[in-house]
Ligand binder design. Sequence first.
Ligand code: NDP
Length: 347
Amino acid sequence: MQVQRVVLNSRPGKNGAPVPENFRLEETTLTPDLKDGEVLVRTLYLSVDPYMRCRMNDDTGADYLTPWQLSECVDGGGVGVVESSRCPDCAEGDVVTFFTWPWQTHAVMKGSVLQKVDPQMVDGHLSYFLGAVGITGLTALLGVREKGHVTKGASQTMVVSGAAGACGSIAGQIGRLDGCVRVVGICGTDEKCRALVEDLGFTAAINYRQEDVPARLKECCPDGIDVYFDNVGGAISDTVIAQMNNGGHVILCGQISQYNKDVPYPPPLSEEIQETLQSKNITRERFMVLNYMNKADAALCELSQWVKSGQIKVLETVVNGIENMGDAFCSMMKGGNIGKQMIRISE
Ligand code: NDP
């Protein structure tokens, strides 16, 4: 059986933006003769995510992430359908997901590592298993719950950076559902700002490329900032932290503005910002969704109900075809996506 796959063609270097040419499409032959325990899956959707930028380096800088190897098949979150099975846990037609799905149109995998999912949880929108009802939704929900200290009736203001992205767009909606009276998003285009306010119910949105962020934050957050869901780090986060209230909480989710630089994670803060955190008694704890997987099942049920009832709206940017994986990844890293960037590999 002829299949297409994407391999790592070159590394961008620790200081440099990734380009589509870092990836290469290949044809390869797959022998669909399954051994005991194996299944043949057809890939439906693949995900591209910011953490993959570290996997492009020969040293990822994180012990839980292995580097992608040159000329080897790249992998990440995927969802697909079982086409044939020699594994007792998987039957033909089952929909399955996995964190390290090969970027390949079909694949032979060990059935025991695959997670079977119920399409009813997402009303048939199977890509949501990689987004709002998958790791992205978990990151938003558990990040807010574990590190945000959002309390109903406490009149809190939440700010979200990277607000129109996969995690940010869900995190802001959860902040509102959990009781924040004001949720303000920061993102990179006017179109994204409009989507946040008109479609997702954010109170206000700030375009950091066009607007004066400190001035607009003051205007949009007249009572200061209590909770900050930080996806981006860098200058935007310094500006937000400077306007936080005493006893506020930073949810340190990600620092994408620093991922194309050779700096440790999390990148060091300036002395001034460290002093602000200390003098105002603001918590800023690193959040890692993988440390909370014991809470994943309950959280996924909650996300599924919210999505099905329309209380959480899901935004996605979907491109078609495995040949566009590299483009889609690089575009997401530069802000080309609204909501979760997704690649449809087959129907
Ligand atoms: P997104 O869908 O948010 O895509 C990335 C977005 O980042 C882009 O759309 C772009 O939007 C924004 N961006 C890119 N460069 C910059 C920059 N220099 N300054 C400001 N914004 C920038 O991705 P995800 O939702 O998947 O991930 C968001 C964050 O969450 C990342 O930092 C990621 O590492 C982190 N994460 C953390 C997890 C955890 O367990 N802690 C798990 C999953 C994700 P714009 O147009 O607004 O610039």
